[in-house]
Design a protein around this ligand. Sequence first.
Ligand code: PLP
Length: 401
Amino acid sequence: MSLFAAVEMAPRDPILGLTEAFNADTRQNKVNLGVGVYYNEEGRIPLLRAVVEAEKARLAAQAPRGYLPIEGIGAYDAAVQRLLFGSESALITEGRVVTAQALGGTGALRVGGDLLKRLLPDAAVAISNPSWENHRALFESAGFPVQQYRYYNAETHGIDRSGMLEDLRNLPPRSIIILHACCHNPTGVDLNADDWQQIIEVLKEREHVPFVDIAYQGFGDGIEQDALAARLFAQSGMSFLVSSSFSKSFSLYGERVGALSLVTQSRDESARVLSQLKRVIRTNYSNPPTHGATIVASVLNSTELRGLWEAELGEMRDRIRMMRQAMVEQLATKGARRDFTFVALQRGMFSYSGLNVEQVERLRVDHGVYAISTGRICAAALNSRNIGHVTDAIVQVLEQW
Ligand code: PLP
């Protein structure tokens, strides 16, 4: 009998399934708001000018492609630390941050999960309800039971503050808590400085292990502002982990450029943690790829290219905000049966629109507007050509309710 004869078909990825249905749709005015990437005004994934400049220089240098160190490019890892914790961070000068280049934010989460499994084999992991769907799958694959803490309040389109704190308090001590630093995926609803302080107090009290996921730095309020959670944890004196990604902020999705950073209590602890982290990486993919991280490091470490990148990132951020604002205004002007002002208050690429599964279905079937069944839409897939059709469609669908 064939080795694979009894293998069952794994469930389809719902987002990829949606994209396939979208591609097969022949309507001219169809719009895919189910995606997880930033599209520019022309509806394309941008190639940033800062990236093009750095790539030109790399091509001209004709550098050989040897293996990188297990933890990646030193100049890249150092640049990641400065972005997360600030260029003047005491943690960095005290040698209390260990950073390894990783295969995107996903790779950082997985390597972090594998390391934590060695340190806390019996711990539980808790993710927000709702969360990026891969969070659960990743930590379950790493061998942890995964629970949820309350986060989003659908009625207020805001945070369920008391529910979140209560759930964090009730988890067994030393649980691993996955937190979205900014631009929460899928809701777009973020915590403020006061919320973070309260969360930090509870996490300290319960000796929980914070694992901060920052996949959209610069897409919310700005590069420095979006690092607030990482900075507050840095001040808290706790040991914690951060997974970070340049997929969105550099529009380098397919190059898999991310990093895992671990904040320890001392230089000596850092050396031991790095040695264990290297074992995890070595037995997984040995060492990371060269291209994306070389490009990111050369942009971040050049005053000129960094300025260009910051301007381009600012353009992406502003365009999403403009689209959110335009959506709110158009829906109000067209007489939508609901107030959508909350959409302009959300941060980052995603928005929980408040539309239910049947309404999402009507949007798709009747209007060719594709969204995730939870009502998540990607505000970064809106542009001045498709937004009119999207808001018309939402208004018409809501008339039926
Ligand atoms: N974390 C969150 C919250 C995300 O939304 C994503 C991407 O969608 C990631 C991590 C992973 O990003 P990457 O593509 O860099 O692996």
